[in-house]
Each structure stands twice: as structure tokens, then as C-alpha cells.
Ligand binder design. Structure first.
Ligand code: PGA
Length: 242
């Protein structure tokens, strides 16, 4: 595991963007695994800025998102479909047909999950971006998720619902309670994993990830078993590391 410590959110965003831009330049046909949430917003801003200034092209790249809420129409303001288009896809030259996000409003969610897993078998992810939950989740794989888990319908824990309520008028009753998420086993198939974390509220999860026991109680700890992981974490997120 390679750990890159940076000063703050801004530096984390720049450093992680640089890693992604280099990877895209080295392999224009890259399969990117992408993430949503507060952590990657600044990173995506940097990718858009680089696209405008340096024309790094994504026209031969494919992207696969980690997860999507269930039960919201695709064009709802808080779907990850909307998030990804507003924060990144609308501003770069990636082709719409090369964008894959699980369909959270599908009439048959378990079939949708199985199809997504198959898609990922056919398209190995070269670089998977991850955030981390305060409870150590990756994607929506909450504590207790099986390490060999595949893309599936998952239930959000109260902690995650509370953390995400800030996007739903602060009202946790409006947050979907289920999602379709790549499984831990799915995520582990990626060639390289880039995890970003910023802020004190992530420090405990980062300590568990790096120094804790590998345990399904802290899903991110599975990354100790992956051969190529890069962490870009700021001082606060790194503050409990020995
Ligand atoms: P955040 O979420 O980036 O909004 O903190 C990360 C996560 O829950 O994986």
C-alpha cells in the first residue's frame, strides 16, 4: 500500500487528479471506476480544469460507477447519475455510451445488479477511485459485507443515511435506504485502487484500513490484501496513524 499524505482537501484533490490524468494519458482506452460523495468533488474539478487547459481526452475511456441509490428516478437531483454528469461527464469528452452507472430505478433491481457484475467481468477496471465512509464502508458495502461480495442490492446503515442527509435537505427520511453497489469482491478485481480521504471524521476508518485487523467489520481493511493500492489522505485523515 502506497500512502501519500498531503496537507488538506485541496492538495488531496490535486494529487489524486494528477494520478488519474497520468493514467488516462498512459492508457487512453482506460476503464475508470468512479465514485461519488464529497471526497471526489474537488478531484473532478481538477479533471475538468485539466481537460479545458490541456485537452486530456476521455473519448476512448469507459467509466463504471461504484453504486447508485435505489428508488429515485434517474434525473432526480441526488442520484449519482446526476452527480456524475454535473460534476464531471458534462464537462469532458467522454461518450455517453461509455458511461456505466447501475440503474437504481430499474423494475428488476437484482437482474440489474447481476448484469452490472457481468459487465465488470468483461471490462476489468484499470483504476478504481474510492472514498471511505466514517464506518469504513467502500461503495455502499457497509460493515459486515462479505469480502467476496458481488454487485448487489444493499441496505444503507443509519450512520450512512445520517451522513448523506446533508444532500437531502438535512432530512434523513428523504435518503433512500437501499442502493445497488459493486461488492467488495467486485472492487477488489480492479488493477489499481486509488482511495482518497480528508478530514478528522475519516481518521478512525483510515487507521483501521492501514493498521487494523483485516475484517469484514471494516470493509476498507480488505485493501490490505490488494497488490496495488494508493491512498491519498490529508493530515486530518492521517492523524491517528502511528
Ligand atoms: P464522502 O463519502 O466522500 O461524502 O465523505 C465517502 C463514502 O461514503 O464513501
Amino acid at each position: 500500500m502506497k500512502i501519500i499524505k498531503v496537507k488538506n482537501y485541496e492538495e488531496m484533490s490535486k494529487k489524486a487528479a494528477k494520478i488519474i490524468i497520468e493514467a488516462v494519458k498512459n492508457n487512453p482506452e482506460i476503464n475508470l471506476g468512479l465514485a461519488t460523495g464529497g471526497s471526489p468533488v474537488g478531484l473532478y474539478e481538477n479533471l475538468v480544469k485539466d481537460y479545458k487547459e490541456n485537452a486530456t481526452s476521455y473519448k476512448n475511456a469507459k467509466s463504471f460507477n461504484l453504486d447508485e441509490y435505489m428508488g429515485l428516478p434517474q434525473d432526480h437531483a441526488q442520484t449519482y447519475y446526476t452527480f456524475m454528469h454535473e460534476n464531471l461527464f458534462n464537462h469532458i469528452d467522454i461518450k455517453e455510451e461509455n458511461i456505466y452507472i447501475p440503474k437504481g430505478d430499474s423494475a428488476n433491481a437484482s437482474e440489474t445488479a447481476n448484469e452490472y457484475e457481468e459487465l465488470l467481468k468483461e471490462n476489468q477496471i484499470d483504476l478504481q477511485l474510492l472514498g471511505i465512509g466514517t464506518n469504513g464502508h467502500i461503495g455502499f458495502n457497509e460493515p459486515g459485507s462479505k469480502f467476496d461480495g458481488k454487485t448487489d442490492i444493499v441496505a444503507l446503515t443509519p450512520e450512512t443515511i445520517q451522513a448523506n442527509a446533508r444532500y437531502f435537505e438535512g432530512n434523513h427520511d428523504l435518503v433512500p435506504t437501499k442502493a445497488i453497489s459493486m461488492g467488495v469482491g467486485t472492487i477488489m478485481q480492479a488493477k489499481t485502487i486509488l482511495l482518497i480521504a480528508s478530514g478528522k471524521n475519516k481518521a478512525e476508518a483510515i487507521k483501521g484500513l492501514v493498521e487494523g485487523q483485516v475484517s469484514e467489520n471494516l470493509p476498507a481493511s480488505v485493501l490490505q490484501n490488494h497488490a496495488d493500492v494508493i491512498l491519498v489522505i490529508d493530515e486530518e485523515a492521517a492523524s491517528l496513524l502511528s
